[in-house]
Design a binder for this molecule. Structure first.
Ligand SMILES: Cc1cc2nc3c(=O)[nH]c(=O)nc-3n(C[C@H](O)[C@H](O)[C@H](O)COP(=O)(O)OP(=O)(O)OC[C@H]3O[C@@H](n4cnc5c(N)ncnc54)[C@H](O)[C@@H]3O)c2cc1C
Length: 407
């Protein structure tokens, strides 16, 4: 017999898991499925850092706190950062943001994705949300007023509302025929963790090089400040070269590209290379369908915002669905789901456009543009109010926030 749910969430990554937890008291029958095992790994505090990390904003932290997941995340390993230094590698312009400028303790936390995921999964296993591990979606079609989903192992599921939280290459988005606008950044990102000879001072560092931005994000273990997670965005050819080079050559190249700001780069974990593509769904909703997280949008990691946007999507969609339930509305109704799209799409688009502009400005070689960005950084550096506004925004203290994210 086919399994049935009121809401079927495809993808139990950080964003899909957050949505399921946000709906745990709604009285709805929720089913969360994922192609992976959905098991929580025992945490070893001495283990190397995972290569994939996220800079979580204060708004994301509040969402995770209210979902009951933050405690488990914090207990494993989080690295708060209080400052951010950004500079132009081909000029002298630089800018410094600090949490102290708005009387906050931290600008955010660098957390390994696996740690966030496990903190959420732990709460999910304690809840009565239906979890379907090792369930890879293969087919999806309308069947009357419902969706009929077929898994790789032949199992079938039905639901009036399907939420796509299955990441950048979303199968739901493809199978449902949702259109996207996408373009290549002509960048690959090399991601790994490195140990430096100088302490990172709980600061996120970003240098704009001619090939792309290079970020050193502070990681902390037992109070030590010598490890950083790096995201090095560069041309595909350069990335290929760096991936092929031996450890000693890679460390030297990295130290040079970072102008040795944290002294010598002494060792690095294995490198991972990710091609970067910007993708935005033209619509986030259709009858009985909603797209959230990377299934709806992927953005350049220079913004450090991908999963932060995803958590806000999840919190807003949960709020819209719970309110509609209370009013006795049909959740699959496109009119109901459009309330989610109206609140999230302009915000996501604005951020993506700003990042695109930023990225192009820093990629530009003509002298007037180089002058503009160099002087721009210097001018903004001398404008404390403008910088505080930026910090408040980064902390998620402004804008149309869902209840789960409100200070
Ligand atoms: C180099 C790099 C650095 C980044 N740094 C940051 C940062 O500092 N801050 C930040 O906010 N964001 C950052 N991001 C973005 C962030 O990692 C993503 O936005 C986030 O992981 C998206 O989460 P998600 O849950 O939407 O998707 P995913 O994490 O991709 O999860 C999708 C889930 O769906 C499951 N799935 C997929 N297909 C199927 C299927 N057919 N059937 C069943 N299940 C399926 C997968 O198993 C997975 O569990 C970065 C990204 C990159 C590439």
């Amino acid at each position: 017999m086919d399994m049935r749910a009121d809401v079927l969430i495809v993808g139990a990554g950080m964003v899909g898991s957050a949505l399921a937890l946000a709906l745990r008291h709604s009285g709805l029958n929720i089913l969360l499925l994922d192609g992976g095992p959905l098991s929580v790994k025992p945490f070893d505090g001495d283990a190397p850092f995972e290569p994939r990390v996220s800079a979580l904003s204060a708004a994301s932290q509040r969402i995770l706190e209210r979902l009951g997941a933050w405690e488990g995340i914090e207990k494993r390993r989080v690295s708060p950062y209080s400052d951010m230094q950004v500079w132009d590698g081909s000029g002298t312009g630089q800018i410094h943001f600090s949490a102290a400028s708005v009387h906050a303790q931290a600008l955010g936390h660098i957390v390994e994705n696996r740690v966030v995921q496990d903190g959420l999964l732990e709460r999910l296993h304690d809840s009565d949300i239906g979890l379907l591990p090792n369930a890879r979606l293969e087919q999806l079609r309308r069947s009357g007023d419902e969706w009929l989903l077929t898994l790789a192992d032949g199992r079938r599921l039905r639901a009036p509302l399907v939420v796509a939280a299955d990441g950048a290459n979303s199968a739901v988005r493809r199978l449902a025929g949702c259109q996207t606008r996408e373009w290549d950044y002509l960048h690959h990102a090399i991601v790994t963790s490195v140990r430096c000879s100088a302490a990172h001072q709980a600061t996120a560092w970003q240098r704009f090089t001619d090939e792309g931005p290079l970020a050193f994000l502070p990681l902390s273990r037992d109070g030590k400040q010598d490890w950083c997670s790096i995201v090095w965005s560069t041309t595909p050819e350069h990335a290929e070269q760096l991936m092929a080079s031996d450890d000693a050559a890679f460390l030297k190249a990295l130290e040079r590209a970072f102008e040795g700001r944290l002294g010598a780069v002494l060792e690095a974990d294995p490198r991972v290379c990710v091609p970067l593509r910007q993708r935005h769904a033209k619509r986030y909703v259709d009858e009985g369908l909603a797209l959230i997280g990377d299934a709806a949008h992927t953005i350049h990691p220079l913004a450090g915002q991908g999963v932060n946007l995803g958590f806000l999507d999840a919190a807003v969609l949960a709020e819209v669905l719970v309110n509609a339930c209370e009013r006795g509305e049909r959740l699959a109704d496109e009119k109901v789901l459009s309330r989610y799209e109206r609140r999230r799409m302009p915000h996501n688009l604005a951020l993506m456009a700003a990042m695109e502009g930023f990225e192009r400005l820093f990629q530009a070689n003509p002298l007037p543009l180089r002058w503009l960005r160099n002087s721009g950084l210097k001018i903004v550096e001398k404008m404390p109010e403008a910088k505080a506004l930026f910090v408040r925004q980064a902390l998620g203290l402004t804008g149309d926030l869902p209840e789960l994210a409100k200070p």
